[in-house]
Each structure stands twice: as structure tokens, then as C-alpha cells.
Ligand binder design. Sequence first.
Ligand SMILES: *Cc1c(COP(=O)(O)O)cnc(C)c1O
Length: 426
Amino acid sequence: MHQFKYHQGTLHCEGVNLQTLAQDHGTPLYVYSSQTLRDNYERLNKALGDLDHHIAFAVKANSNLSVLNLLAELGSGFDIVSGGELFRVIKAGGDPGRCSFAGVGKTAEEITYALEQGIYCFNIESLAELEFINRVAESLSRTAPVAVRINPNVDAQTHKYISTGKAENKFGIDYEETMRVYERASKLPHISIRGIQMHIGSQLTNVSPFVEAVKRVIPLVQELQHKYGIEFFSIGGGIGIVYEEALASGPSSWWSEHENPPLSPDVYARELVPLLELLKMKIVLEPGRYMSGNAGVLLASCLYEKKGSAKTFKIVDAGMNDLIRPALYEGHHEIVPIFERQSENTVLGDVVGPICESGDFFCQDRRIADFQQGDLIALMSAGAYSFTMASNYNSRPLPAEILVDGTECSIARKRQQWSDLISGEL
Ligand SMILES: *Cc1c(COP(=O)(O)O)cnc(C)c1O
């Protein structure tokens, strides 16, 4: 469910006409819906009901200050993977005491900053990291709260680049090793054991890998509760969203209420809450994509059409530097015209950007609206892992980001200028 819909033939975000927005701010342009973010947060919160839980948004999905501020005001905590993300959360008014720090390569500088800011927990990914955090904490005369990230060795049934919970992935500590790491942690004077964490992958569209992983880890959680009095179990993020809509159902229903998520918060909660509530401890969730993925779009305009001997290419003014998911891991984005009537004529073709890479495409051999030079399109579901992965490749300035709330819109980030490209260079 999201708030991007055709209204009187033109695509809107909530009460704002996207054609007007593109005229006012130019393209490529990221647009986010406040109401969709709120709805996603509340739906998950409500589905979990009375379970003692804490939602921590995975900042790497969308780290814009306005988005983080909106989520902080809803009561969200944050899952961070770098010192820079913690800096953003604090600047956005988030509470460091509700931040967990994940990632396999935390540096001394980052650990120091996180300790000084009083974060909730470090999620440890190796024995060497545990020893190092203990030393940094000692040098600051502090104690670092930790959880061990366990790798439950389950198949998340997702793209191999976004699977994290198999033994061959770099993430987490093997099940068999975990107890030994806790034993070591219990002997380190500047470490306090606070919880246990796992995260098996991203864009999961089936609840069964979550159930399998939770069932596998619960006996260990109980043992840790008994031995070390841990206070939380984080089950990570990973709830998938709908990227692909059935074209057959007709253009006006592409982005309608018919969306039937493969994994809704209700299904997720129905399967997991009965297992988790028996633990009688705080359950942490770290959704990223679920929260912001369908709350954003990337607007682009068509520069040229090029009919090659083998294919038709629609060349647009957004490129893989703005949105890399299709090139990076075959991510799918629906591509719709801003004017609904343009979806009546379709053509088989590729939508590509201006970057000098063959991987610079948004779709290949797809039946798309036959939009033409000057026409506006929206790349849907671009609210997660989209702007955050954007770069200046080909010396292209980063697009602006707009946050819509009802009929209001605010510039959440200014478009970069050419001068920004060289700032800092000598
Ligand atoms: C990336 C990440 C998440 C969020 O994953 P989503 O698939 O976006 O929900 C949660 N926890 C950790 C540790 C992560 O690295």
C-alpha cells in the first residue's frame, strides 16, 4: 500500500501532482511520501500487538534527514552500519540510546564515537571485533553493550547478493561458535552482554525462512537468557515488498489498492509472534526496505528515443548513478508514465540512462508505455537502497529529494550543482 496514484489522469504523490513537482524542481527527482512511511511503520507496529518489541529502521535503506526525523518522531529506533549513519540519526533528532551498530568492519573512530554517544548496542560480527571493542572501551573507561550476531545458516531464498544468513556469507558468527564468543565476552571487563541478533537477508517474500531461523535460534536465546540475563533478541530486517505489478490488470490498477504483498506484516506477525512471545524478552526488528521502499519514486524525463536494428531504447535523464539496483542485483522497478493515457500504447524495449556503461539500464526487453521525448516517467519503489546508493559517477550531480506530506512538499535535499562535484578537490 502506498500513496502514489493517478488522479484525474496524472500521477500524484498524496495530494501533490508529480508533473508540477518535476516542472518546479527538475528531473531526475526523488519524491517520498510521508503518509506511506507512517502507514508502513504503524502497520508493522500494530501487527506485533502486545509483543514487547522495538522497531529500528535500517538507515542504509534511506538516510535522508527528513525521513529519519519523521521516523524518529513516530518512535522508531535505528539500525546503523557506520559512524556516518549515527551522525545522521543524531542530526535528525533520533535517540542514540535507541541505535544498534551492525557491520563487519567497525573502525576505532566509529566505535569511539558510538561509545561517546551512548548507543544501545554493538552487534558483534567476529571474535576479533569483540576484543577490539573491549580495548577501545577500556581506553575511554567505558563499558560497551554488545550482542552477538549469529549466522543461523538458513537459505533466505532471495538474490545471492542480498542473502546474509548462510554459512558462506561474511556476516555473523556460526551457530556452533556463538556460545564461545559469549563466554569470552563475559570475561572481558569493558563489555556487557545485552542481547543476541540475527539478520538473514533482504527482500524475503516468504515467511518460512524467518520461521526456520527463529526456531533454530530460540534454544540458544533461552540458554543466554538463563546464563547472562540478556534483555533482547533482534530478528533483523528483510521483509520484502512488491516491486513487480501485473501489467495484465491494466494501467489504472498498477498502483492501486490491489497490491497483494507476498509478505505482509500480518502474515509475518501471525507466524512469528507466537514463537517469540514465549521468550518474554524484548524483540527488536530492523526493517529497511519494508519501511521506505514503496514510499519513494524517482522521476525522470525522456531525452531521446533510439530505434536500433535489434531494439528500441528509451533514453532518460536518470542513470545508474542515481539508481543502481537494476545494475547491481537485477532489482526490478515498475516504470510508469506520469500521464495515465500514455500507458495505452505500449512498446517492447529498454529504458536506459546516459551513463557510459552497458549496465546502465532500468529495464530490458520489457513491455513499457510508448513515451516520447520530453515525457515524464516514474521509476516506482525507489524509496530504499536508491538515493543512498547514488554516486557522482560520470560527474553527474546527485538529484534533489522532495518529501511530500498531504498537499505540502518540502525540499529534503537540494539538487547538487556542478560546483559541488569538485568541492574538496585540490
Ligand atoms: C540491511 C540490514 C537490515 C535491513 O534490511 P531490509 O531488507 O532493508 O529490511 C537490517 N539489519 C541489518 C543488520 C542489516 O544489515
